[in-house]
Design a protein around this ligand. Sequence first.
Ligand code: AMP
Length: 222
Amino acid sequence: MPSPWYPSAEVEPVKIVIFGPPGSGKGTYASRLSKRLGIPHISTGDLVREEIRNQTPLGKAIEKYSSSGTLVPDEIITEILKKRLASELLKGFILEGYPRTVGQAMELEKITKVDTVVNLNVPDSVIVDRLSARLQCKTCGTIYNEKTLKPRIPGKCDKCGGELFRRVDDQPEVIRERLKVYREASEPIVNFYWSKNLLKDIRNDDPNVDPERVVDQIMKLI
Ligand code: AMP
């Protein structure tokens, strides 16, 4: 009798980039996707905020970029990412917030290959609305929205009870600057990945969409 076939334990790690403008829901979808797939969610924005919160020498040097909505220079952010990514290359990851320039996309290629780039398309009106109502947990990073994704107890995280805060860069004038930076520096990345056949588009025009439904859509694409 032929021996039964068992799937190999050596499953290839999945490496996904979630790309889109600020406020497109990247962080929310990436963290939910990470739970469904059981692979880590790496957010360069969170790594930047952690360095700043801990007031490390690096954190002090990059605070001015983050608070004004401009980009941390490519060399610095790539070093921060490499440090964090090193332990995850074998497991796979969901990367969010990087790359943000074509230069960073080329750096990422040197670090590792990527399987899929999910490109979130969201109108500016939805972005501004969403960012001005965004709240985040100081302790575990979970994202809420004062209108569409409210915590059960105002000001407190449902998951860990941590205090919710509004990001300094979620002020209207900083949001405008972040959108401008996205259009100029980040949008050309779409063509970069399109030409490599890695891009999967998601359109999201509904400001009140249930995040889990968007994650369902992403799951079908990857
Ligand atoms: P985010 O939470 O992704 O919106 O990132 C917050 C801020 O961190 C950005 O406005 C930038 O100042 C900085 N940052 C995060 N990721 C990057 C990146 N890949 N390149 C440059 N700056 C970044």
